[in-house]
Design a protein around this ligand. Structure first.
Ligand code: XLS
Ligand code: NI
Ligand code: NI
Length: 446
């Protein structure tokens, strides 16, 4: 049975010309890069909420998406049909993984019990399909933000019943994580933040969500679910002050509450922009802290101030993010989840194939360039040289912990300005950026 009128995506390189078509130009799953296959470095994942559910709405307009399952009226029937479409899509796209929220899969009932029943029917089908095809779940998560009951948050809600509902919902979601063997479990705190301090006890809310995370981990341990727990930072949307604003804030939160042994971070490109950072900055912050978990591979638009979840197509950015990923030794329990949707005018089914292929090629290209940059020690040599004065003399003594403020004063107090200026060196940033461009042209031009 085939549902989509679409060929399977395979590596075609550029032999048949440079125009994008039905195939990958850079993503060659079996090609070995630094000892591992591309498909092992790049564990791509399809996001259920975008690829299967997203109607391509924007804040001013209804959805434009045209999907083959649109005319199935019964919500449960449609939910079950989408599972078949998903698995055919994964197969034709040559993607191994997918990710989902509980509420992406099935409609809600009137009580949590009814909602869980609907959900379990779809999860049963997913489990069967996974066994049949070998496809895997990169991560699952829970929506504590869409339904009006979460108007003031889930785990930071000022209402005990909503907190209770959230806890019970996550409990069931963790049971699903165990059933589908998710490599990670993600918490994105959609409504976990506040609008105004005038009616918010920020300390209490953060204490609550920290306890909530502890209880979640305890329950995972109790049922033997061993996937990596991840928090996904985002600075705004929907609340003005999200508790997980960016990587640094989220790491500080984890450390404040002693959760850093059990949680890592899932970093998203568009969220980085909204936080006023580059994507590579967010990934570096997490890597430096030993807390890099997974990537939500998407892009923002520098001209639009909201989370547009564009499919990644910026090779420059992908190169720098893949550089961080390689320096991290990969993403042991993570991957590259396309938390991305086609543009509103790219509404037909084929666009979903093209969009994923564009994203996969972008990161494959980034991986190739980043690997060559590391092989040639382009940035490593620059850093060695830039910090070399800490390898000898007063710098080395300081590194060894032998120097006090008094020693520094004795050492420096009579040095004339000319010697101080001579101790500085140009950062040669323009030359370095040109080198980076040159690597991009050359590695990809081969
Ligand atoms: C929203 C988030 C969301 C998470 C999963 O901006 O990116 O999609 O990845 O809840
Ligand atoms: Ni995301
Ligand atoms: Ni997002």
């Amino acid at each position: 049975m085939t549902l989509f009128n679409q060929e399977r995506m395979v590596y075609v390189g550029n032999e048949k010309g440079l125009k994008a078509g039905n195939g990958f130009h850079y993503y060659n799953p079996d090609q070995v890069v630094n000892g591992k296959k591309m498909s092992e470095w790049l564990k791509f994942s399809v996001a259920y909420w975008h690829t299967m559910d997203q109607r391509l709405v924007d804040p001013f307009g209804d959805g434009t998406a045209q999907r083959p399952w649109d005319n199935i009226e019964d919500p449960m029937e449609q939910a079950l049909a989408k599972v078949d479409y998903l698995f055919e899509f994964l197969d034709k796209m040559n993607v191994e993984y997918f990710a989902f929220h509980d509420r992406d899969l099935a409609p809600e009932g009137n009580t949590l019990r009814e909602t869980n029943q609907n959900l379990d029917i779809v999860v049963d089908k997913i489990v069967a399909k996974m066994q049949e095809t070998g496809k895997k779940v990169l991560w699952n998560t829970s929506s504590l933000f869409t339904n009006p009951r979460f108007v003031a948050g889930g785990a930071t809600a000022p209402f005990a019943d909503i907190f209770a509902y959230s806890a019970a919902q996550i409990k069931h979601s963790l049971e699903i994580a165990k059933r589908v063997n998710s490599e990670s479990y993600v918490f994105w705190g959609g409504r976990e933040g506040y609008e105004s301090l005038l009616n918010t006890d920020m300390k209490l809310e953060q204490d609550h969500i920290a306890k909530f995370f502890r209880l979640a981990k305890d329950y995972a341990n109790e049922i033997g679910y061993t996937g990596q727990f991840l928090l996904e930072p985002k600075p705004k949307e929907p609340t003005s002050h999200q508790y997980d604003t960016d990587a640094a804030t989220t790491i500080a939160f984890l450390k404040t509450y002693g959760l850093e042994k059990d949680f890592k971070l899932n970093l998203e490109g568009n969220h980085a922009y909204l936080a006023g950072h580059t994507y590579e900055h967010e990934v570096r912050v997490a890597r430096d802290a030993g807390l890099l978990g997974s990537l939500d591979a998407n892009m923002g638009d520098k001209l639009i101030g909201w989370d547009i979840d564009e499919f990644p197509n910026d090779i420059y950015e992908a190169t720098l993010v893949m550089y961080e990923m390689l320096k991290n030794g990969g993403l042991p329990t993570g991957g590259l989840n396309f938390d991305s949707k086609p543009r509103r005018q790219s509404f037909d089914m084929q666009d979903l194939f093209f969009a994923h292929a564009a994203g996969m090629d972008t990161y494959a290209a980034g991986l190739l360039v980043a690997n060559k940059l590391i092989e040639d020690r382009v940035f490593e040599d620059v850093l060695d040289d830039r910090y070399s004065s800490f390898k000898t003399g007063i710098g080395a003594d300081f590194e060894a912990g032998k120097v006090t403020f008094k020693d520094f004063e004795n050492y420096i107090i009579d040095k004339p300005q000319s010697e101080l200026i001579a101790a500085t060196k140009s950062g040669h940033l323009e030359q370095l950026k040109s080198t980076l461009n040159n690597y991009i042209y050359t590695v990809l031009g081969r």
